[in-house]
Ligand binder design. Structure first.
Ligand SMILES: [Zn+2]
Length: 223
């Protein structure tokens, strides 16, 4: 609450470069203007078709950290728009659905991280992205289909093989969301950052095992 009042009184500088012009200046926004080519990583068996909006460095890294860790909710708009662009690119590559909406399936945050951040930041970005897609004439909705059922460690500092083991079996599907997911014309997994792709591979594996395969994944930035 205090932060939002302060933000109203003193609009924040660009979270990417510090320019006082805007919450995210035009130059920094362009860095999210991918979508870049789909990433495929060696050592990430099962990584779905993945489109990223940006590379995770410089102002992109600064903006994402400000949004995630420093409560810069004012970035949800531009970051959500960037995610919407990546989702549209996934759907265009995988094939437009002939019926039904595009379902955005957020990768869930670890509970402790979500509590610290005042909510699940990926789900919030997904809602903004879905609203942008709808506004541009492509019906979309968020389906919070995937739940964490294990307790993966923070993956920072783990190598590729350890990351695969860290997330194995950690994701389950929420049965309450099955019907909503099944009614979608296409399902796209969404996340903020892809590193080795182990998480995306595990999430899409769990979805396929339940008969709800994703047509790909859209991610804000590739590390
Ligand atoms: Zn900037």
């Amino acid at each position: 609450m205090f932060h939002s009042v302060v933000d109203l009184l003193f609009p924040a500088d660009c979270a990417g470069c510090g320019d006082p012009a805007d919450t995210l200046c035009a130059r920094c926004r362009r860095r999210f203007a991918g979508p870049h080519a789909a990433v495929r990583r060696s050592g990430s068996a099962g990584l779905p078709l993945t489109v990223t909006a940006a590379s995770y460095d410089g102002p992109v890294r600064a903006a994402l950290l400000a949004y995630k860790e420093r409560g810069r909710r004012d970035l949800a708009g531009p970051l959500g728009a960037a995610l919407a662009g990546a989702v549209a690119a996934v759907v265009a590559t995988a094939g437009e659905p002939t019926a039904g909406v595009v379902g955005l399936v957020p990768v869930p945050s670890r509970r402790r991280a979500a509590r610290r951040r005042g909510g699940d930041h990926v789900a919030r970005l997904a809602r903004r992205a879905a609203a942008d897609l709808c506004a541009s004439g492509r019906p979309a909705a968020v389906v919070e289909l995937v739940r964490l059922r294990g307790s993966p460690r923070d993956s920072a500092g783990l190598d590729a093989a350890a990351r695969v083991l860290n997330v194995a079996g950690c994701f389950g599907l929420d049965p309450v969301r099955f019907a909503g997911a099944a009614a979608c014309g296409a399902l796209v997994v969404v996340d903020d950052i892809v590193t080795t792709g182990a998480t995306l591979a595990e999430v899409t594996r769990a979805m396929s095992a339940a008969g709800l395969p994703a047509c790909g994944a859209a991610v804000l930035a590739a590390a």
